[in-house]
Write a protein that binds this ligand. Sequence first.
Ligand code: ATP
Length: 248
Amino acid sequence: PAPDAVLVVNNIEVIYDHVILVLKGVSLSVPQGGIVALLGANGAGKTTTLKAISNLLHAERGEVTKGSVVFEGQRIDKLSPNQVVRRGCIQVLEGRHCFGHLTIEENLLTGAFTRRDGNAAIKADLEAIYDYFPRLRQRRHSMSGYTSGGEQQMCAIGRAMMSRPTMILLDEPSMGLAPQVVEEIFEIVQKLNVTQGVSFLLAEQNTNMALKYATYGYILETGRVVMDGPAVGLRENEDVKEFYLGVA
Ligand code: ATP
């Protein structure tokens, strides 16, 4: 890993239900302030990798049985999910998971649960998030269950931002969204990256879009990294074109 890596995943193995080996030694790293794409087909192990980092596997009867996860120079693989968030690393789950019966604003406020810095600071951050996501400002008093898929994805990212993270693990933000909306969301992700210095690990099946915004990519196949490199190189790679970009 690069010396400036903020996240280093070192040869992790994950087993579900004590017998199903799903990650067979995955290593990757995210440089400070980077956007790194984790690519691969449905079932390759992207979600499992993200959940291994944020320690969310126990609820799914999954376990990291080998390897380590180092965040900002310290091991986090023995921490609780809550402690991982407090360290500054937060996951936005696939499928967005907004609370449908709460308004957009209430959803955003739930993201501040780890904070102890008072209402004024939280209020200021809420306004800052509305500046990044003008659509959320418009919809702030709507129940999230009645907003569009794109707005719910924005809400999920905005809620993660409310914990003041230095790193966001973003699981398949493009899922089920029109290309134009995906682009809108990735533009905001890039803006958060550049202006707030938040690093991103972005799990995506939408290889094309992910490699447009990421600087580096890893390709997973059945629980192993089969290729990695700078995004530009991956976009030009013939195998990637054939298998993941559909432009053989
Ligand atoms: P997706 O795009 O569907 O999220 P993915 O690349 O993120 O795909 P994972 O969800 O990490 O893949 O799944 C990797 C493998 O682990 C799949 O074969 C899946 O069936 C298996 N798996 C996932 N969760 C569990 C579980 N709780 N118990 C057993 N097997 C699981």
